[in-house]
Design a protein around this ligand. Structure first.
Ligand code: ATP
Ligand code: MG
Length: 398
């Protein structure tokens, strides 16, 4: 169980905490994933030491979320999040505990965790602490809320999105009572910041068993409380049924919006309501534009020049997967064969053109001329050659 190098690296951290007279454990996703034989990406450490005590034990620490009990420990060139055992009480706004109380008992800490498979702890000897039968649920591939599902989702509505996300990532069932809890509390998702829902939705949409997660997302009605999804059950179902494995989140969003029948000009508003980054919004809009034109026609050099290689390749992959085109165009090769990739690649620059025209200043004339040259070179009417472009400039002198 402790084989993974991330556990090995972190062992001295646990040892130091124990040496100072406190308890320390690996908790949460790393223990779950190690038991499943999956790779782990980071380790979370929980301790009976209070934040100030943790800061005393280690030379270098950073306060990252001290009000929640998390201290970042810098140790042997690595960083570790060390979180004090805590209980959370009386959630009044369905998303944040009103009061976080630090406690000395692991058992208390594990009670506040969302699902039994996430409520496992392991000490530095590899001994497991499992107060909620998480190992049985792991074995039966079941996602089950710790304690009363209804209460747990009522306390923190994000947990419902986490449940379907884990169903997508792990391919597990969600226990009946837990599903009932989701159904009953789905409307509380409205209280959660969209950014946090987005994180879970993207993980679900890109997960290996997304059909499994999305089916429950639909069945429990959770989707109704996500931005712009209420009227699009069919599109979501279709996305769930896809078996495509795509490289980027933008590609998944583009497919989804395509299924939702959203045109590239309306995409911005939909994606804004999901609070996606501007970069992602732009990428998805361009991918959608590609899907719509690929239904009608093949690529032109203007498309390739404007869109660039990265998105052209992604867009063509999508168009082909969605059967919008019967043959996949080798857009990467087409792009590489373009005579110029940007205006800067032109064999004559603005300064040189001005000199040829004996002009002191630039202006509209220059922009128009460069644009003319760009189009001609891109379409191979002119060769991108200094002499040929010089001749062209002189011939076009007014
Ligand atoms: P991942 O592999 O995606 O990181 P994870 O289980 O580690 O999965 P995190 O979000 O990193 O998920 O959270 C770490 C642990 O903290 C969880 O395993 C769970 O025990 C607890 N946890 C996280 N979010 C919640 C929540 N909203 N309610 C209760 N417990 C939570
Ligand atoms: Mg984690």
């Amino acid at each position: 169980m402790l084989k993974h190098h991330l556990f090995q690296q972190a062992l001295p951290v646990l040892e130091q905490i124990e040496k100072a007279g406190f308890e320390a454990y690996f908790v949460g996703g790393c223990v779950r994933d190690a038991l499943l034989g999956k790779d782990i990406s980071d380790v979370d450490i929980a301790t009976s030491a209070f934040p100030q005590e943790v800061k005393h034990i280690f030379k270098k620490t950073v306060d990252v979320g001290i009000e929640h009990g998390t201290v970042m420990v810098l140790f042997n060139d690595n960083t570790y999040e060390v979180t004090t055992f805590r209980t959370e009480s009386t959630y009044q706004d369905f998303r944040r505990p009103d009061k976080v109380e630090f406690v000395r008992s692991l058992e208390e800490d594990l009670k506040r965790r969302d699902f039994t498979i996430n409520a496992l702890a392991m000490d530095r000897r590899g001994h497991l602490y499992d107060f909620h039968n998480g190992q049985v649920d792991l074995h039966h591939q079941c996602i089950r809320a710790v304690g009363c599902a209804h209460e747990r989702f009522h306390e923190d509505a994000l947990r419902m999105m986490r449940a379907v996300r884990f169903a997508g990532q792990l391919g597990f069932e969600i226990d009946d009572k837990t599903q009932e809890g989701i159904q009953k509390n789905a409307h509380l998702l409205k209280k959660i910041a969209v950014e946090r829902i987005q994180v879970e939705w993207e993980k679900l949409m890109m997960s290996s068993f997304k059909k499994n997660g999305i089916d429950i997302f639909l069945k429990t009605g959770l989707y109704r409380y996500c931005p712009e999804f209420a009227e699009h059950k069919d599109a979501l179902q279709r996305l769930g049924n896809d078996v495509f494995v795509l490289e980027t989140d933008a590609m998944y969003w583009a497919i989804l919006l395509y299924y939702m029948g959203i045109k590239d000009i309306d995409a911005k508003q939909v994606l804004k309501s999901w609070k996606l980054s501007n970069q992602l919004i732009d990428d998805v809009s361009i991918l959608l534009r590609i899907l719509f034109f690929r239904k009608e026609r093949d690529w032109t050099v203007d498309d390739l020049f404007q869109i660039g290689k990265r998105l052209s390749v992604q867009g063509e992959t999508l168009a082909y997967l969605l059967c919008l085109t019967s043959e996949k165009t080798e857009v990467a090769d087409l792009y590489d064969a373009l005579p110029i990739k940007t205006v800067k690649d032109l064999a004559l620059n603005g300064k040189e053109i001005m000199a040829l025209l004996q002009k002191e200043t630039g202006g509209k004339y220059l922009g128009e001329l460069i644009e003319k040259i760009r189009v001609n070179v891109l379409h191979s009417v002119l060769e991108n050659d200094k002499e040929e472009l010089t001749r062209f400039v002189k011939e076009n002198r007014e």
